[in-house]
Design a protein around this ligand. Sequence first.
Ligand SMILES: C[S@@+](CC[C@H](N)C(=O)[O-])C[C@H]1O[C@@H](n2cnc3c(N)ncnc32)[C@H](O)[C@@H]1O
Length: 226
Amino acid sequence: MFGYYRDKLHGHRLKRCYDLAPLRIQQYLRAEMEYVAQQTLLGKSLLELGCGYGRVLKYLSVKTKTVFGIDIAPSNIEFASHYLVGCDNYDLAVMDATNLGFADDSFDHVVCIQNGICAFHVDIGSLVRESVRVVKSQGSVFFSTYSPKIWQDRLEWFELQSREGLVGKIDRNKTHNGIIVCDDGFTAGTLDTERFCDEVYDIPVEVAVEEIDESSLFFILTTKSR
Ligand SMILES: C[S@@+](CC[C@H](N)C(=O)[O-])C[C@H]1O[C@@H](n2cnc3c(N)ncnc32)[C@H](O)[C@@H]1O
């Protein structure tokens, strides 16, 4: 499964997944971006992990001073550089979110939404540790996953993706409890609060948890003194 987005679902294909989202999913996607915009401050720098084709960066670029997007798929970064034409405060790089090429304390905010924390299929502790390393000491880190309340709508969205051949056929026997499994190796899980807190118990951060729009669960990290 590791590398599914990097190898199979990037660029135009990734964008198509978002373009065909049903109305309730469009509402969820927008609610996530609005929430981040409300919580982050104008005049600050923001890093998005797993920025895809630039959907979130485009929205946030007008809300904050500078945005930097990194993604593991080179074609996403190439696509985003066109998608963000007209924005003058962004930067992009191909990078692995668990091995960021930035100095400590580089950004005011780090954002990893739309279930990136599960979609990356990396060690969650390493991902969180690296994001905390590059955020400034007064800054904040945002991770989000799906709320269980949006399961049926999420499933419907993935069925549409499957019908277009963007992901494989959904395996009904294995798809349940917040996990979607397709017959081509695609899997996408979710994370509950207990597991998130278990994964980060040894990282010096305060964790706040907030459900928004009955669709998204946010884990907001602020650093304890380092
Ligand atoms: C579900 S998509 C979300 C894209 C974008 N955040 C959005 O909401 O429109 C997940 C993205 O994470 C990227 N990705 C997967 N593993 C990654 C990693 N280890 N480091 C950085 N990006 C990664 C994928 O290439 C893909 O663009």
